[in-house]
Design a protein around this ligand. Structure first.
Ligand SMILES: *Cc1c(COP(=O)(O)O)cnc(C)c1O
Length: 423
């Protein structure tokens, strides 16, 4: 009997994320991955130009990371993290505190990006509650994306998919992202929001809004917004789930800021694409606000798989790689090549705006389109046919390649973008 294709079997029982199953094309069955490459079930090879949603930055099936996982799973697979602790989590907390901004002091473990945000928002709300203050409003940027659980959805400004849930979300006031020109105007808006609400926290993606189409904003502007929020005892929550671990050219986007956030959320490349894990870090001041003889003032929030030893082992191996000479050299190389490619194409008649920061390169086309509209689907198909996995967001083509991408592979991505622009 002929072996059934994976796609046929997939269709029987699987409900895919972010998918309208009535109209969507069948997904591609991937059977193998290595470095910057993935292969489908027919053996066709693709360059993973977005590192599988910015996770596999050190390459797929990275041998240092698989070895670390292998070793860990022979010693301690998993143990609950309430009432128990273990060396991988302790070591990871020590290593993260060394590289996070100086004001960060405690690490709370979760299991994915949305739950890291959820924990951050709950920490902020309870921080005020524990001090007898009623603060019920969040501040967030328009068009931000923070995940798909209720708190994270509330803070997210991309609401076309949140429609059915809108009446169930937290109270949020929105401000536009600041440019160097509009910062006074945005500060004015923030001022009005702060005066007319009881604000608990400001949630933001620092410097780059990923899902909004790799939109950049001004570090100087963000810095001033954080300062103002902190002057009003509004806790600042930086969502570094996309930007963390070197994507912007520094370890964290917050390293570009003078005023540091009170809470930082990390996931995605934290475990290099090997394992779902996330952390929510916070300052000592926040942790201290939960200390009390009253049990209920503690943070009663947990996930079964909090601080999974395998995730921690992958993260520790990832941190070694992040600062290794090889990866440091590759990051510099990609940054330099992105800048050269940007100069080559930025005046192309089809381009509205092109920009790069760190290893992120984004190009907005001069057309209006829906986020998941027809043009976006056509572009996606075009790049996949060329053997390059790029997933345009609306009219924005972007690449955020794994740090280990080879020179030839990187240039193949540029070539496919140039070909598309000239097609
Ligand atoms: C991916 C992402 C999230 C959500 O993470 P999940 O693991 O998908 O829940 C939140 N914020 C940002 C900036 C992200 O890129």
């Amino acid at each position: 009997m002929k072996k059934e294709e994976l796609i046929t079997r997939d269709k029987k029982h699987i409900w895919h994320p972010l998918t309208q199953h009535k109209t969507a094309a069948a997904p591609l069955a991937i059977t193998k991955a290595k470095g910057a490459l993935i292969w489908d079930e027919h053996g066709k090879q693709y360059i993973d130009g977005i590192a599988s949603w910015y996770t596999a930055m050190y390459g797929h099936c990275n041998e240092d990371i698989t070895a670390a996982l292998n070793k860990q799973m022979q010693e301690l697979d998993f143990v609950m993290f309430s009432g128990f602790t273990h060396k991988p989590a302790i070591e990871l907390s020590e290593r993260l505190i060394q590289i996070l901004p100086d004001n960060q002091s405690k690490i709370f473990f979760n299991d994915n990006g949305s739950t890291a945000i959820e924990a951050g928002i709950k920490m902020a709300l309870q921080f005020h509650h524990n001090q007898g203050k009623r603060r019920d409003t969040l501040i967030a940027f328009e068009d931000g994306f923070h995940g798909d659980t209720f708190g994270a959805m509330s803070a997210s400004g991309i609401s076309s998919y949140n429609g059915p849930f809108e009446n169930f979300l937290l109270k949020v006031e929105r401000i536009p992202i600041p440019t160097d020109e509009t910062i006074d105007e945005v500060l004015g808006k923030l001022d009005i929001i702060l005066k007319s609400n009881s604000c608990a926290a400001f949630v933001f993606e620092p410097l780059i809004q990923g899902a909004a189409g790799m939109k950049f904003h001004s570090a100087k502007g963000l810095n001033m917004l954080i300062k103002k929020c902190q002057e009003h005892d509004v806790l600042c929550i930086a969502d570094e789930i996309m930007t963390g671990f070197g994507k912007t050219g520094k370890n964290f986007a917050c390293d570009y800021l003078e005023h540091k956030p009170d809470i930082i959320c990390l996931s995605k490349s934290l475990t290099a694409g090997m394992f779902p894990l996330s952390i929510t870090s916070c300052s000592q001041q926040i942790f201290d606000a939960f200390l009390s003889n009253e049990t209920a003032k503690g943070f009663f929030h947990a996930h079964t798989y909090s601080g999974h030893p395998l995730g921690c082992a992958a993260a520790l191996a990832g941190l070694d790689l992040l600062v290794s000479p090889h990866i440091t050299e590759r990051r510099k190389y990609i940054e330099g090549e992105h800048q050269k490619f940007l100069k080559q194409i930025e005046n192309h008649p089809k381009i509205e705006n092109a920009r790069t920061l760190g290893v992120v390169l984004a190009i907005d086309l001069k057309v209006e389109t829906n986020r998941y509209g027809k043009l976006r689907d056509e572009m996606y198909k075009y790049f996949m046919a060329k053997g390059v996995n790029l997933r345009p967001l609306g009219n924005t083509i972007y690449t955020l390649p794994p740090y280990v991408i080879t020179n030839d592979q990187l240039h193949k991505i540029y070539q496919s973008i140039s070909d598309f622009l000239n097609s």
